[in-house]
Design a protein. Structure first.
Length: 132
């Protein structure tokens, strides 16, 4: 339990979907940027916390993953267009992978990403699932 708490404290961006928004041109970025690529020095960036909802922009099905993810294969990795406009890449969970469609509405969920065998450290992070 203590490992989880420590990870939560030091890596907040893995649990809150934080990006940046340029108040000059209105564009939203994820991961967060330091400079707006559109406005350069005229851009004014502020942090934005995404609601965690959006839709599937494109996706692919992974049937032969690297060793770490073998137990969950096959699975789908999608590029998700958030309601705020930015795009994130994420695994789609709890889905019938043969029925995923571009445009499906999705929402963010917290899930176990991996568990290291020996010391049992469990990593959590965000994934997305299809909104019913
Ligand atoms: Zn801008």
């Amino acid at each position: 339990m203590s490992d989880i708490i420590r990870t939560w404290r030091y890596i907040p961006q893995r649990y809150n979907l934080i990006g940046t928004k340029c108040t000059t041109c209105g564009k939203v970025y994820f991961p967060p940027r330091v400079i707006c690529p559109e406005c350069r020095r005229n851009g004014k960036l502020e942090n934005i916390q995404f609601k965690g909802t959006g839709k599937i922009h494109s996706f692919s099905i992974v049937r032969t993953p690297i060793d770490d993810f073998k137990t969950i294969a096959p699975y789908s990795v999608a590029i998700i267009e958030l309601d705020e406009g930015a795009k994130v890449t994420s695994q789609i969970v709890d889905a019938d992978i043969d029925n995923i469609k571009i445009g499906d509405p999705v929402e963010m969920v917290f899930r176990k990403i991996r568990e290291d065998g020996e010391d049992g450290v469990i990593s959590y992070g965000f994934k997305f699932k299809i909104k019913k």
